[in-house]
Design a protein around this ligand. Structure first.
Ligand code: GDP
Length: 338
């Protein structure tokens, strides 16, 4: 469990600071949002109340790919490119490895060094929390905070393992999948169904000797994508090649993202999708609050353990046990003032 920041700034001051684009206050707010302490969770809601009116004005881009595909190099090149166009960029790097190894795949090396130093950029590594390979519960709120702080483009980066792609998709507008050329794996992504949720596939490292392989991989993906059903957005995914080293393809990717937003805004999908994501997050959050009420109550934990034991002894069915836990929950809740 994390330590909360002390001395803790007044929530009003923190909200004002964020709205003025103060990145130190933004960092403090994100730390509070990421905290599991009950008192910090209350502060988080208070803070979000004060900034929610200033959220929503960004393009949220999810970027995923296997370790070594070139995510951090790509984000560095892409981030610098859009900063040169006058945009402000926030990068939230969600690290799925942290609770497995207690170390970090994303954090071990210096990543996005130049971007981190740029005053128009904000780079924040985040633990994946208790969702294995997924996006931290706080990522959605962190996106809102970054928008309130005036960032136009929010990039959510995650390593492509397990369900992380789906979680990233659920909090972003545009989902970019980075792929390596060659290695005989052109169609590997297709099997896993990842490409079905991608709005663009980018073959990385398309430079020097690798240009030929990258171009061949692009053609193979384009071919294969034709067979996929049309996405809910009505958008046909783009397949591109890019090099973070030469800058080749970076501008085309930005153009593609702009045409995606233009198209989906004109059909209404863009905002419908955002609204749906908000609803799904509300449902998820409510479930996790309910669950943590049980987890944090010693009396309910004891009841749960007792019921588990009785299930194992075949004294009670899991169905009945779940109902009894709910009855115990109501009893507990009735004794408590919220
Ligand atoms: P990540 O683990 O997905 O974040 O990948 P990195 O960005 O750390 O890159 C992994 C390796 O690929 C590093 O050695 C990079 O220098 C190299 N790399 C990344 N992008 C490119 C590129 O555009 N061209 C070439 N030739 N190498 C690249």
């Amino acid at each position: 469990m994390k330590q909360s920041i002390k001395p803790r700034p007044q929530i009003d001051l923190l909200a004002d600071g964020i709205l003025q684009g103060n990145r130190m206050m933004l960092s403090q707010a994100i730390t509070i949002i990421e905290s599991n302490l009950a008192e910090d969770q209350k502060l988080s809601s208070g803070l979000l109340d004060k900034i929610i009116h200033a959220t929503g004005n960004s393009i949220r881009i999810g970027i995923t790919g296997v370790p070594g595909v070139g995510k951090s190099s790509f984000i560095e090149a892409f981030g610098k490119y859009i900063i040169n166009l006058g945009k402000r960029v926030a990068v939230l790097a969600v690290d799925p490895s942290s609770q497995l190894s207690k170390g970090s795949i994303l954090g071990d090396k210096t990543r996005m060094e130049e971007l981190s130093k740029n005053s128009a950029a904000y780079v924040r590594p985040s633990p994946a929390g208790n969702k294995l390979g997924g996006v931290a519960h706080s990522t959605y709120e962190t996106i809102l905070l970054c928008e309130a702080a005036g960032f136009d483009i929010i990039i959510v980066e995650t390593v492509g393992v397990g369900q992380s792609e789906v979680s990233v998709k659920n909090v972003t507008d545009f989902f970019l999948l980075l792929m390596l050329a060659g290695a005989g794996d052109e169609l590997q992504g297709m099997k896993k169904g990842i490409t079905e949720i991608a709005d663009a596939l980018v073959i990385t490292k398309a430079d020097h000797d690798n240009v030929k392989h990258a171009t061949a991989a692009k053609a193979a993906y384009q071919q294969a994508l034709h067979l996929q059903p049309l996405a809910r957005s009505g958008w046909i995914p783009g397949v591109l090649t890019a090099s973070a080293h030469t800058g080749e393809g970076i501008g085309e990717i930005w153009k593609l993202i702009l045409s995606f937003t233009e198209q989906t805004m004109s059909t209404g999908f863009f905002h419908d999708n955002r609204r749906q994501q908000g609803m799904e997050y509300f449902e998820d959050r409510f479930k996790s609050i309910l669950y943590s009420e049980v987890e944090n109550s010693p009396a309910l934990q004891a009841e749960k353990e007792k019921l588990k034991h009785e299930i194992q002894q075949q004294k009670i069915s899991p169905t009945r046990a779940a109902e009894m836990l709910l009855i115990a929950f109501h009893r507990e809740a009735g004794m408590r003032k919220f």
